[in-house]
Write a protein that binds this ligand. Structure first.
Ligand SMILES: *Cc1c(COP(=O)(O)O)cnc(C)c1O
Length: 378
């Protein structure tokens, strides 16, 4: 089956007893047993729940994976992966990583004797000098936030010994645009809060993978640690995924037009969008992604916080907010919002100038989005 068909049907059959076409929300914590050990496959809902089972089969299917696991948030999914590590292990991660992952790795996981190296991996060869016998995991994000760098997943795989686990946070691309397991990754994670849910109404996360032994470990961690989603949230994510393909096509259509508009605007200094020919890794993006996604960032010629703030204040359809991947367009100012706690010098090394503005392009009518950008930049 192809993507949209799987997105609508995988893991989901009409309810045999009522004919309900949508998977019921099994709002229950426990299940009656006929006698000890004799049950219908469900005993207690932290371990499993039929609504969650449907989502987990769906998640595996859309990443072309053998196994899928749903979590209560993207961070809970990421936390579960870090629990595959032991004291003394080392991890090499993309420098330009999601702030919440950076915080979890450096403030929580490092306390357990695990070391993280944050490395610019836009050239995959950079990884070589950090690999040693303690290296257990490579943590990639591509495209990255907010500078929209592209990491060559196949290239990283080429320089990584097979016993090291490669994890890709595929949140920015979504499974519709990029399938890292097919490019050499061992584990994919998503914040389902973003494109999978797609409507800014649920916090969720997931893990997809092919290796049976690792899947058993994740299942064990999921039930032991308990970072599981409730059935109502699971339902919302399943409902979101049904329209992922059509939403992503529209996000990409709108983003390509906005990128062209910004590139040609006299007040804009630089546009970061992997779909642009002059993006440093445009050809890698072209080979590993179906299209280039709905996220972009740009800098103003007047590279000051004041210029950025004055622009942001004139935007209305583009709501000022963190997060991304919903049907509505969102806009943010990383230097004073998501990345405010990073010292200015380090921020600039990561490509976050004072005027950098990030947009999550929504699926509104493009004419209205362009009209607003035109007047906000005037
Ligand atoms: C939002 C996000 C996360 C964290 O997910 P939550 O659902 O907010 O816990 C992780 N990685 C990326 C790239 C994200 O954008």
């Amino acid at each position: 089956m192809k993507f949209s068909t799987k997105a609508i049907h995988a893991g989901q059959q009409p309810d045999p007893s009522t004919g309900a076409i949508m998977t019921p929300i099994y709002q229950t914590s426990t299940y009656v047993q006929e006698e000890p050990g004799v049950n219908h496959g469900y005993e207690y809902a932290r371990t499993s729940n039929p609504t969650r089972t449907a989502l987990e089969e769906l998640l595996a299917s859309i990443e072309n994976a053998q196994y899928g696991f749903a979590f209560g948030s993207g961070m809970a999914a990421i936390d579960a992966i870090t629990r595959l590590l032991n004291p003394g292990d080392e991890v090499i991660a993309t420098a330009d990583i999601y702030g919440g992952s950076y915080r979890l790795f450096t403030k929580v996981v490092e306390r357990y004797g695990i070391k993280f190296h944050f490395v610019d991996l836009s050239n995959p060869e950079n990884i070589k000098q950090y690999i040693n016998e303690k290296t257990k995991m490579i943590w990639l994000e591509t495209p990255t936030n907010p500078s929209l760098q592209i990491i060559d997943i196949k290239g990283i795989k080429h320089f990584t010994p097979t016993q090291i686990t490669i994890v890709v946070d595929n949140t920015f691309a979504s499974p519709y645009l990029q399938n890292p397991l097919e490019l050499g990754a061992d584990i994919v994670i998503h914040s389902g809060t973003k494109y999978l849910g797609g409507h800014s109404d649920v916090i969720s996360g997931c893990v997809m993978l092919n290796d049976k032994k690792m899947a058993e470990e994740i299942k064990f961690i999921q039930k032991s640690v308990g970072g599981v989603p409730g059935p109502m949230d699971v339902f919302l994510v399943m409902r979101g995924i049904k329209t992922l393909a059509v939403r992503m096509e529209r996000h990409c259509d709108n983003a390509e037009k906005i990128a062209d508009f910004l590139v040609n605007h006299p007040k804009v200094a630089k546009v970061n969008y992997p779909g642009l020919q002059n993006h440093p890794n445009h050809l890698i993006a072209k080979s590993q992604m179906k299209r280039y996604g709905g996220m972009m960032s740009f800098e103003l010629k007047d590279d000051s916080k004041e210029a950025a703030v004055s622009f942001l204040k004139k935007c209305k359809l583009f709501s000022l907010a963190e997060s991304l991947g919903g049907v509505e367009s969102l806009i943010s100012h990383p230097a004073s919002m998501t990345h405010a706690s990073i010292p200015k010098e380090e921020r600039q090394k990561a490509g976050i100038s004072d005027s950098l503005i990030r947009i999550s392009v929504g699926i509104e009518d493009i004419e209205d989005l362009l009209a607003e950008l035109t007047s906000a930049l005037a």
